[in-house]
Design a protein around this ligand. Structure first.
Ligand SMILES: [Zn+2]
Length: 172
């Protein structure tokens, strides 16, 4: 950045363009604040230089010559933030969908899940055969619960691995 530029000069809307919001720059070129979550990229067309302002400074009154200009800039910042948030949400949703698919595949292939599915197929004729044998009948039902609990644990582990919130459990 050109060190001779005087940033304390009033920026007018004619020479200023809000380019967007970015998390790539975390220091405000206006007040020097660091560790910001993100900054607003502002192009100063007089010097053809891109400045990164914290949202507070970007919307601060003393940088703009009129109230209309300030409001216009605030509106632009708001729009850029909205665009950024929408893109971020969309990306998060795509990641979640992708992770759900991965988790689903992994759970389907887990030996515990295969064992459970096999047991569920095998158990019908076994239950029928044990119709009059209470002890044998209970044993089969007990085994169903046991395999089911193991499956649940495996599923929970896979969900944690792929950072899938509990409410999406039914998708896996
Ligand atoms: Zn600042």
């Amino acid at each position: 950045m050109n060190a001779t530029i005087d940033f304390s000069e009033v920026l007018s809307l004619k020479s200023l363009k809000v380019l967007g919001y970015t998390t790539d720059f975390n220091q405000c070129d206006c007040c020097g604040r660091e560790s910001l979550k993100g900054t607003v990229s502002i192009l100063d067309t007089r010097y053809d230089v891109v400045l990164h302002y914290g949202t507070g400074c970007a919307a601060a009154a003393n940088k703009y010559d009129t109230l209309d200009t300030l409001n216009e800039v605030k509106k632009m910042i708001k729009e850029e933030m909205k665009k950024y948030n929408t893109a971020e949400k969309l990306a998060a949703k795509m990641t979640l969908d992708c992770n759900i698919q991965k988790a689903k595949n992994e759970f389907k292939a887990a030996p515990e899940k295969i064992a459970y599915d096999k047991h569920m197929i095998d158990r019908e004729p076994l239950l029928e055969a044990a119709y009059n044998d209470y002890a044998e009948h209970s044993k089969i039902v007990e085994e169903t619960f046991r395999l089911g609990r193991i499956c649940d644990l495996v599923k929970k582990g896979i969900m944690v691995k792929y950072s899938i919130p509990f409410e999406n459990s039914y998708k896996i």
